[in-house]
Ligand binder design. Structure first.
Ligand code: NAD
Length: 355
C-alpha cells in the first residue's frame, strides 16, 4: 500500500467547503486502490493573518516542503484588502509559490459536452475545446525589481533571464508531446525586449523537440484568437502577466469558473488548486461548486503522485455526474436533472469514484 502525505490548505471563504469535498473523494478513491492518503492542515491567507499575524506562517512552508503534494482551496476577502501588501492574503500565496519554486502554472481548459451552452460563446466555437495554458509563475512583471509607487509616478520592471525561459519552455514542449504536439508561444516581441529574448530562447529550446510544432503569437492577437477560434490551440506557453490574463480569458470559454483545476509545479512539491477565488458572496451557503477542487485533486494524483488509475476514476466520476444531470447552483441552467448542494454533489462524485 503506497502512503502519501498531503498538505492541506483550506484558506478563506469557500476554501474549507470545497476542500472537504475533495478530501471526501480522495478517501473514496483510495478504498479500491493501493494508495492511502494522510492529511495535515496548514494555514494561509486571511485566516492565517488573523491567527498568526502572517498570511504565510513559516510552519506552512515547512509543512508543504515535507509533503508529497499540496492541495489548496482559495484565499482572500474584502476585510483584508486594506492591509499593507505583505500582510494581504495573496502575498501569502505569492510567497508560497516562490518558496516552493513553483515556476510553471498549468491551466487545462476542457469544455464538458453537457455544459457547452454554459459558455457565452457559440456552441460551434467551444465544442471540443481542449487546451492548456502554461504560464510562467515566478518571474516577469510581478516580481521584477526595481518597483516603486510614488505620488506622481510609479513603475514596475518586467525581467526574464534565459534560464527562467528555458525551464518553462521545456515543460511546455514536454506537455505538448503528451497532447497534440503543438506549442504556441505568446509574447509582445514587437514592442518589448524581454519578449524578444523570450522568443529567441523558445526557438532554441524547440530544436530539442522536433516532433512538436512551434508557432508564435502576439499577446493582443492571442486574446482575440481565444474567443474567435479556441480550437486552434493545444499548448499556449507564456509569461507571468500575459498568462494571468489569458488563462482567465481561456477559462471563460468553458462557461463556469467552478469547474477548472490548476497545478503549479517546478520545485520538489507541487501545488494543486481550483482556478477560482474564495467567492465571499456565496461562502457558507452550501452552494459552491467543488468540481474544480476535486479535479485539482485528480491532477495531483496524476502528476505529483503518478496514481493515474485513481485520477482516471475521479475524472470519470465527474464526467458521469455531469452527464447524469447533477448540478450545483452556478451551472443549474444547463441540463440540470437535480440541483445539489456542495456536499451532495461531492458525495455523489465520491460514490462513483470509489467503484
Ligand atoms: P472569485 O473567483 O472568488 O468569484 C467570482 C465569482 O464566481 C463569484 O460570483 C463567485 O461566487 C463565483 N464562484 C467562484 N468560485 C465558485 C465556485 N466554486 N462555485 C460557484 N461559484 C463560484 O473571484 P473574486 O470575487 O474576484 O475574488 C474573491 C476573493 O478571492 C478576492 O479576495 C480575491 O483576491 C480572491 N482570489 C483568490 C484566488 C486564489 O486563492 N487563488 C484567486 C482569485 C481571487
Amino acid at each position: 500500500m503506497k502512503k502519501y502525505k498531503i498538505a492541506i490548505i483550506k484558506g478563506d471563504g469557500i476554501g474549507p467547503e470545497i476542500i472537504d469535498e475533495a478530501i471526501k473523494v480522495l478517501d473514496a478513491v483510495s478504498i479500491n486502490s493501493d494508495c492511502e492518503f494522510s492529511y495535515k492542515e496548514y494555514l494561509m491567507g486571511g485566516n492565517a493573518y488573523e491567527i498568526t499575524g502572517d498570511p504565510l506562517p513559516h510552519e506552512t512552508i515547512e509543512g508543504c516542503k515535507n509533503s508529497d503534494a499540496v492541495l489548496f482551496g482559495a484565499i482572500g476577502g474584502e476585510q483584508w484588502d486594506s492591509l499593507p501588501r505583505d500582510k494581504r492574503p495573496e502575498s501569502g500565496l505569492l510567497r508560497l509559490r516562490a518558496a516552493l519554486d513553483l515556476y510553471a502554472n498549468f491551466r487545462p481548459v476542457k469544455v464538458y459536452e453537457e455544459l457547452v451552452d454554459a459558455s457565452t460563446l457559440k456552441r460551434e466555437v467551444v465544442e471540443g475545446v481542449d487546451l492548456l495554458v502554461m504560464r510562467e509563475l515566478t518571474g516577469g512583471l510581478y516580481f521584477g525589481e526595481p518597483r516603486e509607487k510614488g505620488e506622481d509616478k510609479a513603475f514596475n520592471t518586467m525581467v526574464y533571464s534565459k534560464r527562467e525561459i528555458v525551464r518553462i519552455a521545456k515543460m511546455a514542449f514536454e506537455s505538448a508531446q503528451k497532447r497534440r504536439q503543438k506549442v504556441c508561444s505568446v509574447d509582445k516581441a514587437n514592442v518589448l525586449e524581454v519578449s524578444q529574448l523570450w522568443r529567441e530562447t523558445v526557438e532554441e529550446v524547440a530544436k530539442d523537440y522536433p516532433d512538436v510544432s512551434l508557432s508564435h503569437m502576439y499577446v493582443d492577437n492571442c486574446a482575440m484568437q481565444l474567443v474567435r477560434d479556441p480550437k486552434q490551440f493545444d499548448v499556449i506557453l507564456t509569461g507571468n502577466i500575459f498568462g494571468d490574463i489569458l488563462s482567465d480569458e481561456a477559462s471563460m470559454i468553458s462557461g463556469s469558473i467552478g469547474l477548472l483545476p490548476s497545478a503549479s509545479v517546478g520545485g520538489v512539491v507541487g501545488l494543486y488548486e481550483p482556478i477560482h477565488g474564495s467567492a465571499p458572496d456565496i461562502t457558507g451557503q452550501g452552494i459552491a461548486n467543488p468540481i474544480a477542487t476535486i479535479a485539482s485533486a485528480s491532477m495531483m494524483l496524476r502528476f505529483a503522485l503518478g496514481e493515474v488509475e485513481a485520477a482516471d476514476k475521479i475524472d470519470r466520476a465527474i464526467d458521469r455526474v455531469l452527464k447524469e444531470g447533477y448540478r450545483t447552483k452556478d451551472i443549474s441552467s444547463f441540463g440540470a436533472k437535480e440541483i445539489c448542494s456542495t456536499t451532495e454533489i461531492g458525495s455523489i462524485i465520491a460514490d462513483y469514484a470509489s467503484k
